[in-house]
Design a protein around this ligand. Structure first.
Ligand code: IMP
Ligand code: MG
Length: 173
């Protein structure tokens, strides 16, 4: 088996996260809460949160877990909530974060859920955006990298639970 092709190296990711943090710090109000979608976003959030701190921000962090791809490369389509966060989100400014916007179903599901919980304002941030794969219209406010229709892993993102530990992002064929 050929070794996987690196799409974004460690330094390239870190440099982009520093820019994203600056952009978010400029655009969001003083008080906001990061709501991450598990599991794929955990490394991205760890790095972005610390970059935000360098830009003078100290957001709270919560997570929810949605249904995932399992062992497949394509989503089954029906998103549901596997694990909720215990915090009352009403009246809060929320930065919703995920690893990848693909069909858009996960983000659309999370957004709809948050709107029902009377959040004050909602922004969305993903590390990778695959606009050509979109099936559901969903606004994405902050994007690390826009990519083609490639299946990727690494930097918290898995393929069948493998590769999350990689510090860089690879293309899985
Ligand atoms: P969506 O609901 O179709 O937008 O899919 C979002 C979720 O699918 C992401 O949070 C990822 O966990 C997963 N996903 C989408 N594309 C990839 C990929 O290329 N590699 C690994 N997981 C992916
Ligand atoms: Mg995911």
């Amino acid at each position: 088996m050929a070794s996987p092709v690196t799409l974004y190296g460690e330094q390239e990711i870190q440099a982009r996260i520093e820019e994203l943090a600056a952009e978010i710090a400029r655009s969001l109000p003083e008080d906001f809460l990061i709501l991450g979608l598990l599991k794929g976003s955990f490394v991205f959030i760890a790095d972005l949160a610390r970059a935000l701190y360098r830009h003078g921000r100290r957001p709270e962090i919560e997570f929810i877990r949605l249904s995932s791809y399992g062992l497949e490369k394509t989503s089954a389509g029906d998103v549901h909530l596997l694990g909720d966060c215990p915090t009352d989100l009403s009246g809060r400014n929320i930065l919703l974060m995920d690893d990848i916007a693909d069909t858009g179903r996960s983000l659309a599901y999370a957004r709809a859920m948050l709107e029902q919980r009377d959040v004050e304002k909602l922004w969305t941030c993903v590390l990778l955006d695959k606009p050509s794969r979109r099936e559901v219209e969903v606004p994405v406010d902050f994007v690390g990298f826009t990519i083609e229709d490639l299946f990727v892993a690494g930097y918290g993102i898995d393929y069948a639970e493998q590769h999350r530990v990689l510090p860089h992002i690879v293309v899985v064929d």
